[in-house]
Design a protein around this ligand. Structure first.
Ligand code: HEC
Length: 143
């Protein structure tokens, strides 16, 4: 009598354990994977869209007077910024440079370091690093 009771007890315990392990696997499977997928696919694109929008607001208050609406440029005044990334820019020192992030950042922060041929030097505007970053996102979004 006693041994039957013992057997039933350990049987119930193992059913309970198997049940717990399965529940654990299901919970882990449901909660972790979708969360990771969302991080990888949605986050980066929304971040750069938000930055580009912030950059547009800054551009429209601080840069538009010289570089024109949507970075189209103003002949004789300031060069276009549309399509700047990856393009070849002729400088006053006779060299040609391929415009990348670093070049655009320097053009904004230290305009006299490299001057585009055919224009006066852009004035030093005291743009912060954070503002320069979103302005670059905006410039890259111009097509
Ligand atoms: C007072 C007019 C003026 C304002 C305001 C101005 N720029 Fe410029 N910018 C220029 C001129 C002129 C040049 C070309 C000469 C040079 O390279 O310094 C230039 C060049 C540049 C270049 C390099 C373009 C190329 O073809 O290589 C970038 C990038 C740029 N400006 C970004 C900006 C941004 C961003 C702002 C706003 C924060 C701004 N500029 C405000 C006049 C201006």
């Amino acid at each position: 009598m006693l041994s039957i009771f013992k057997k039933t007890g350990s049987y119930q315990l193992s059913v309970l354990l198997v049940g717990l392990v399965f529940t654990g696997l299901i919970v882990a499977g449901c909660t972790q994977k979708p969360a990771k997928k969302q991080d990888a696919t949605i986050a980066p694109s929304t971040t750069s869209t938000v930055s580009a929008e912030k950059g547009k607001k800054l551009y429209d208050t601080r840069c538009i007077e010289c570089h024109g609406r949507n970075g189209k440029g103003v002949p004789g005044d300031a060069p276009p910024l549309q399509g700047l990334v990856g393009s070849h820019v002729k400088l006053t020192d006779g060299t040609t440079i391929t415009a990348d992030d670093a070049y655009i950042l320097q053009s904004i922060k230290k305009p006299d370091a490299k001057v585009v041929k055919g224009y006066n030097v852009m004035p030093q505007l005291g743009v912060s690093d954070a503002d320069a970053k979103v302005l670059i996102e905006y410039i890259k979004s111009l097509k």
